[in-house]
Design a protein around this ligand. Structure first.
Ligand code: PLP
Length: 452
């Protein structure tokens, strides 16, 4: 008899699948959560239950599930030219069109930005690895061979490969993996609600962080620091909006010390903050931009790294001497991913999804404040565009309310995320969500909080 017929799918999963970022013992005790289909904002489980996905997967399904336009674009591209690598100067049409469109999009929506080229990869993590390698390449070509340390922030999330995971500033991701790498430094988390001192104003908090950064640069030596990496809004850390004046003052310091700014826009890119890019929302003028997730709304794993003019000029200038630039991946610029990304951008534009995120953000915040703002353990409710957070405080140490609430929320028919750094529930629904769905999802979450 075929073994598959005697074992349930759940058993098969437990006996064969090593899940990412999951507890092995929880999986053995509770079994997996198996999903079978999704449409719009709603996902369906194998037991027939439907849930409103207030996470858009992992902050990524920006145009919602089941979009025929993206499916069709992918199918047609696969039929036409199922694969074309980009090594040695090769490329397919969708890849070229996507590079051109991304450059124009960033240039036209982020004032003062000057991006010159796009490099493609497969995931947010590898985009950040690419950023580190290009930082090394840039400083080496300029003869500044000691400028190799990277400063990230405590609470940051930049991925989980050895290099990007080292940039991630959440210790639980490092434990038992011999991380972070030695050339990564972490400076203070810019989250005023939790890390501001008693009586300290938001501006004074910003100034303290900037002073601490300057001290770090002085201590290490500016000639050893190659780049600073920042999410415009820190996502997985807890939806931390930059405190007043933060990026302005930060960029002044980086400029003075010839330190590159890498903007990790893996979450904030493609409308999430109510503008096309978080760099536009918060006045960043980065040297490298990492994009993934919303680039294809997760219909295809793809990342893009935008490279500034000043870096590109150095690469181009040294090209005769250096020969082949030896970095890239088999799937860099995959034509199917590129075609899907183009269709995704079409949908974003046709449905004005960035404006929609800007309009619906306040609706989400208002609903959260009305429905859970009075709870004695809710310390802060915040957000920008369609990324929001409920942060808990003042609860007994052992209870981790965000995790308890997440379980109750699933039972109540809404998917939310309990984050790993601070006791925070995050909300980042597809940008296509309706007002009625926001109200319904928050209502379910409020009921879950009451039940917890
Ligand atoms: N950077 C940020 C800001 C992210 O939120 C993530 C993923 O959540 C990553 C990088 C890593 O992306 P990936 O999981 O596609 O490697």
């Amino acid at each position: 008899m075929n073994e598959c017929t005697t074992r349930s799918l759940a058993q098969m999963d437990q006996e064969s699948h090593f899940h990412p970022v999951s507890s092995i013992s929880d999986l053995q005790k509770n079994g997996p959560a198996i999903y079978t289909s999704a449409n719009g904002v709603t996902v369906t489980r194998d037991n027939g239950e439907t849930l409103l996905d207030m996470g858009a997967g992992l902050w990524c399904v920006n145009v919602g599930y089941g979009r025929k336009e993206l499916v069709q674009a992918g199918a047609e591209a696969m039929q036409q030219l199922s694969f074309q690598h980009c090594f040695g100067g090769a490329a397919a049409e969708p890849t070229i069109r996507l590079a051109d469109r991304l450059l124009n999009l960033f240039r036209s929506t982020v004032p003062g930005s000057d991006m010159a080229r796009v490099f493609f990869g497969n995931s947010g993590s590898d985009a950040n690895d690419t950023a580190i390698k290009l930082m090394n390449y840039y400083h080496n070509l300029r003869g500044k061979t000691a400028k190799k340390k990277i400063i990230a922030r405590e609470g940051a999330y930049h991925g989980l490969t050895l290099a990007s995971g080292s940039l991630t500033g959440i210790k639980s991701y490092h434990t038992a993996f011999d991380m972070p790498l030695a050339n990564v430094l972490h400076t203070g988390c810019p989250h005023y609600f939790t890390f501001g001192k008693e009586g300290e104003s938001e501006v004074a908090f910003t100034d303290r962080l900037i002073a601490e950064l300057e001290e770090m640069i002085t201590r290490e030596g500016a000639d050893t620091i190659g780049a600073f990496i920042a999410e415009p809004v820190m996502g997985t850390g807890g939806v931390f909006l930059p405190p007043k004046g933060y990026f302005e003052k930060l960029q002044e310091v980086l400029k003075r010390h010839d330190i590159l700014l890498i903007a990790d826009e893996v979450i904030t890119g493609f409308g999430r903050t109510g503008n096309w890019f978080g760099s536009g929302t918060y006045g960043l003028r980065p040297d490298i931009v990492s994009l993934a997730k919303g680039l294809t709304s997760a219909y295809f794993p793809m990342s893009a790294s935008l490279i500034s003019r000043r870096m590109w000029d150095v690469f181009e200038g040294a090209s005769e001497k250096m020969g082949v630039m030896m970095h890239g991946f088999t799937y860099s610029g995959h034509p199917v991913g590129a075609a899907i990304a183009l269709a995704n951008l079409d949908v974003m534009e046709q449905e004005n999804l960035t404006e929609r995120a800007a309009l619906l953000g306040p609706v989400l915040l208002k609903a959260l404040r009305n429905r859970v703002g009075e709870n004695p353990f809710v310390g802060d409710i915040r957000g920008v565009g369609l990324m929001a957070a409920v942060e808990f405080s003042g609860f007994p140490k052992a209870s981790a309310p965000h995790k308890i609430v997440a379980k109750h929320a699933t039972a109540a028919g809404v998917l939310t995320r309990a984050l790993p750094y601070l006791p925070v529930t995050s909300f980042s629904p597809p940008l296509t969500i309706s007002e009625a769905e926001i109200i319904e999802a928050v209502d379910r979450y409020a009921r879950a909080l009451d039940a917890a």
